[in-house]
Design a protein around this ligand. Structure first.
Ligand code: HEM
Length: 493
């Protein structure tokens, strides 16, 4: 067959598709902030390092200012850098900046269902339902405090079993933290040896790591191309499917013995609402939104908090003087005969400041989750067309020298006044500010305080290397900052 005549036609068709693809990204009217000139198709890829996305974006802001436009492939995104820019958008214009932006690595799995990756009415209704139901099951109340205290004691027992031998805490910490949210969502905690549960948590860790790697970032920029290329990113979707299977199986078990008069947990409440609204074709309560909402709570409630605790252990070993002062405060306020409780927090300003400083310093989700504007939005001297993606660089707020005296150093004084009283600041935003603030922020804060104080009440943490050699730089950074794997010893005090 003679293809010579067809070749130019094919070439023209390919160029036409590329041009469409490219223009699709530029599309809307409006006035976006200036930024580095993008290349067709690649956008600003060559000005970014997908291994350290948030650092590349912070660097570019030195040249283009605190608000600028970057092109991820063909998609323009407005970057907000530093406290003022993030506050002026996410807080002062909270409604305008409250949609979720494109996040292909999650979207392929969630299809915009669930809380974290939906928008509009669906998001509002599912979020309100989740907050209300979680509150009914004890979130923010003493019953969830008791659940965390119990789980913290289980963790102490597991640590005791190590008998002073070195170990990597990742699995034990992940199990303990996950069990708190499992009790609310699934109605039960899992045994630390439960094989299905352990496998699932491995998938969580693996996904958080791959999403935070070069591959995860590249997928977010070029999802269609990456779908065709081999690489570890495919593991993310395999793991998500296993997670879907696990959740679907739990839902099936709940359906078998559901008593509408006595809901036991979040899934029961959702199933009851599904039944109530089954005649309504516009209802947002269906099997898909149940699976994805459960996934949001399960994944969101496990990975970030347990990673924060692992980082906390590393930091306390790197700065033994800080650990000594926390131990002293625990001994003085709580002593050894009772379990730490949330009411202790207000009498422990130093420990409180240490926890805030840890969260600032590690900025566990350095770019938050992408937002988008809900309507054509005037912002500063610009006009962001409805749907424009927005990247709030939370790490840049935490490292903003106008807000923190010495941001590059780990120093609990950032959250203490001259009388050593705890002082908060609006520039503390690990949970992101505004309408989409992390739904589990209250729970996470309780967990970090209770797990950390309970562990430190019982143990001193011993590194296997000199403190100066402890490397706090993340193993990978993207969606999250993931600490390097480490082993330590826990010695009874
Ligand atoms: C240290 C722990 C945690 C940190 C640092 C953290 C941080 C964040 C951040 C930055 C966001 C994005 C907010 C935005 O859109 O700008 C978020 C969203 C979310 N988080 Fe967390 N989170 C933590 C723990 C939790 C826990 C324990 C849960 C579960 C109860 C949870 C559930 C969620 C959900 C469902 C969303 C989506 C909210 C929405 O889109 O409306 N998170 N989190």
């Amino acid at each position: 067959m003679d293809l010579s005549g067809a070749t130019p036609l094919l070439l023209m068709a390919a160029l036409f598709c590329l041009a469409l693809y490219w223009n699709g990204g530029k599309r809307k009217k409006g006035k976006l902030p200036p930024g580095p000139a993008p290349l067709p198709i690649f956008g600003n890829l060559f000005q970014l390092d997908p291994r350290e996305m948030h650092r590349s974006l912070e660097k570019l802001s030195k040249q283009y200012g605190p608000v600028y436009t970057i092109h991820l492939g063909s998609l323009p995104c407005v970057v907000l850098c530093g406290y003022l820019a993030v506050k002026e958008a996410l807080v002062d214009q909270a409604d305008d900046f409250s949609d979720r932006g494109d996040f292909p690595v999650f979207y392929r799995f969630t299809q915009g269902n669930g809380i974290a990756f939906s928008n509009g009415e669906k998001w509002k209704i599912l979020r309100r339902f989740a907050l209300h139901t979680l509150k009914n099951f004890g979130m923010g109340k003493s019953s969830i405090e008791a659940r965390i205290q119990e789980e913290a004691q289980c963790l102490v027992q597991e640590f005791q079993k190590t008998d002073g031998a070195p170990f990597n805490p990742i699995n034990l910490v992940c199990r303990a933290v996950s069990n708190v949210i499992c009790a609310v969502v699934f109605g039960n905690r899992f045994d630390y040896e439960d094989a299905d549960f352990l496998r699932l948590l491995d998938h969580f860790n693996e996904n958080f790591q791959i999403m935070s790697s070069f591959w995860g970032e590249l997928y977010n920029i070029f999802p269609h191309v990456m779908d065709l290329l081999p690489g570890p990113h495919h593991k993310i979707f395999q793991n998500f499917e296993k997670l879907r299977h696990f959740i679907t199986e739990r839902i099936r078990l709940h359906q078998k013995d559901l008593d509408p008069e006595a809901p036991r947990d979040f899934i029961d409440c959702f199933l009851i609402r599904m039944e109530e609204e089954k005649q309504d074709p516009l209802s947002y309560f269906n099997m898909e939104t149940l699976v994805m909402t459960t996934h949001n709570l399960f994944f969101g409630g496990t990975e970030t908090t347990s990673t924060t605790l692992r980082f906390s252990f590393l930091i306390l070993m790197k700065y033994p003087d800080v650990a000594v002062r926390v131990h002293q405060e625990i001994d003085g306020v709580i002593g050894t005969n009772r379990t730490p409780c949330l009411a202790d927090r207000k009498s422990m300003p130093y420990t409180d400041a240490v926890i805030y400083e840890i969260q600032r310093f590690i900025s566990i989700l350095p770019m938050g989750l992408p937002r988008a504007v809900t309507r054509d939005t005037p912002f500063k001297e610009f006009l962001l067309p409805k749907g424009t993606n927005v990247i709030p660089l939370l790490s840049s707020v935490h490292y903003d020298p106008t807000q923190f005296k010495d941001p590059m150093s780990f120093n609990p004084d950032h959250f203490l006044d001259e009388k050593s009283t705890f002082k908060n600041t609006d520039a503390f935003m690990p949970f992101a500010p505004g309408k989409r603030i992390c739904l589990g922020a209250g729970l996470a804060r309780m967990e970090i305080f209770l797990f950390l104080t309970t562990i430190l009440q019982h143990f001193s943490l011993q590194p296997l290397v000199a403190p100066a050699e402890i490397d706090l730089t993340p193993q990978c950074t993207g969606l999250g900052n993931v600490p390097r794997p480490f082993q330590f010893r826990v010695l009874p005090r």
